[in-house]
Design a protein around this ligand. Structure first.
Ligand code: ADP
Length: 417
């Protein structure tokens, strides 16, 4: 099945057009600066050169129109007719407590995604815009939603509840949800395939380290704990997000600096993390360069980043009662041998031993632990788009099969009137 996978942000749309039969990406691209006068669409049919189109793209509906047009383009496209787009799969950030799996988007599902806006005010609205835009341009094509929170929906209550009055959980649904679920799910499943071991036998820790970073404890294929919480602010140090804090310092800083709620939110989400500590950059490559040139604040930002990951690995190994596999993914997890090295240093007591040579190997899926390491350490590039495409194809195929079964049953029925 050919599936258009969309990741709609407030001013950008990332897309991939995937043939799920052979798991091949046929085309991919990005629309940026939606709503601004000089929006840019970057598109690539796989095997051809990238092209750039600059123009006015005022909203998500027009952006999707452009995406469909470029997929149809005689020179740069990969389809001849719109009907070749057989389904659309959307990354939807917050499924709240409603969704524990990917679903076909119906009116009720749309309403539930809207009901979760309060939990993800920055993310769910552009996801909804993308779904509406597809409905306008591809009215008869089934659309599915794949939620960032779904993989973490089976955490036990002692992992997802905070130590605040229970009434607040009931009233406002304040609890740990976790994010990056599609990535944690993909790399944990991929790890079991690569190691040729049944996932139901494995205790896996997955570290998704990008601009946003989170870590998850995956026991027997189920996420039993994860570092991001009610929002994607909790847990590891990130590019511009603080991660874990003493909650009292929020009101303390607000009082001292006379900050409003939104100022304080911006401080923790946009001005903290690697950027806030180093005062230099939120980008790990620049932090590493600067640290190697002797910049002490870049060094301490790097040390906080890796130390937190180490602490969570210890905590999650304890939570699962052991550890078989540690997976690094995301831009930093996949590419920074220095981060992997420092995280895994002095972890022999837990059975983690890196092979320094393998750790330096460039690109791709690789085992980076030594032969004697009890814990297998893997580097696995994440592929959320493929999960979204495969989930979408599975749901749509099932629905088709059900419709056909209903027709068959109908035609077999003996009618007496
Ligand atoms: P996002 O969360 O936005 O998807 P990515 O997963 O693309 O982010 O990760 C971006 C991060 O990966 C940046 O901090 C970038 O510096 C880092 N990164 C990419 N390549 C390297 C590298 N070779 N060494 C260290 N860090 C890298």
């Amino acid at each position: 099945m050919k599936v258009l996978v969309l990741n709609c942000g407030s001013s950008s749309i990332k897309y991939q057009f995937i043939n799920t039969n052979d798991k091949k990406v046929l085309a991919k691209g990005l629309v940026e600066r939606i709503g601004m006068s000089s929006a840019v669409l970057t598109h690539q049919a796989i095997g051809q050169d990238k092209i750039k189109i600059v123009g006015e793209i005022l909203d998500h509906t027009i952006a999707i129109e452009y995406v469909i047009a470029v997929l149809l383009s005689p020179n740069h496209g990969v389809i001849k007719d719109k009907s070749e787009i057989e389904a659309v799969g959307h990354r939807v950030v917050h499924g709240g407590e409603t969704f524990s799996d990917s679903v076909l988007i119906t009116d009720r599902v749309m309403q539930a995604i809207k009901d979760n806006i309060e939990l993800a005010p920055l993310h769910n609205p552009p996801n909804i815009k993308g779904i509406r835009a597809c409905k306008a341009h591809l009215p008869d094509i089934p659309q599915c939603a794949v939620f960032d929170t779904a993989f973490h929906s089976k955490m036990p209550p002692y992992a997802y509840l905070y130590g605040i009055p229970y009434a607040l959980y009931k009233k406002y649904k304040i609890r740990r949800y976790g994010f990056h679920g599609t990535s944690h799910r993909y790399v944990s499943e991929r790890a079991s395939q690569l190691l040729k071991r049944d996932i139901s036998q494995l205790k896996i820790i997955t570290a998704h380290l990008g601009n946003g970073a989170s870590i998850a404890a995956v026991n027997k294929g189920v996420s039993v704990d994860t570092s991001m919480g009610f929002t994607p602010l909790e847990g590891l140090l990130m590019g511009t997000r603080s991660g874990d804090l003493d909650p009292s310092l929020v009101t303390y800083i607000m009082g001292k600096e006379e900050l409003s709620l939104s100022d304080m939110n911006a401080l923790m989400n946009k001005h903290s993390g690697l950027l806030g500590v180093s005062g230099e950059s939120s980008d790990m490559r620049e932090i590493e360069e600067s640290m190697q040139e002797g910049n002490k604040r870049a060094r301490v930002a790097f040390d906080i980043f890796t130390y937190r990951i180490k602490k969570y690995i210890g905590a999650y190994a304890a939570a699962m009662g052991g550890l078989d596999v540690l997976v690094f993914t995301g831009g930093i997890g996949e590419n920074s041998s220095l981060v992997r090295k420092q995280v895994c240093e002095n972890m022999e007591f837990l059975g983690i031993e890196l092979n320094p040579k393998l750790n330096e190997a460039p690109q791709g899926e690789a085992e980076v632990s030594s032969a004697s390491s009890k814990v297998k350490v893997l580097r696995i590039p994440t592929n959320e788009e493929m999960v979204i495409a495969l989930d979408t194809a599975e749901i749509v195929e099932k629905q088709k099969a059900q419709v056909e079964k209903n027709i068959d049953e109908d035609s077999n029925e003996i009618r007496f009137n």
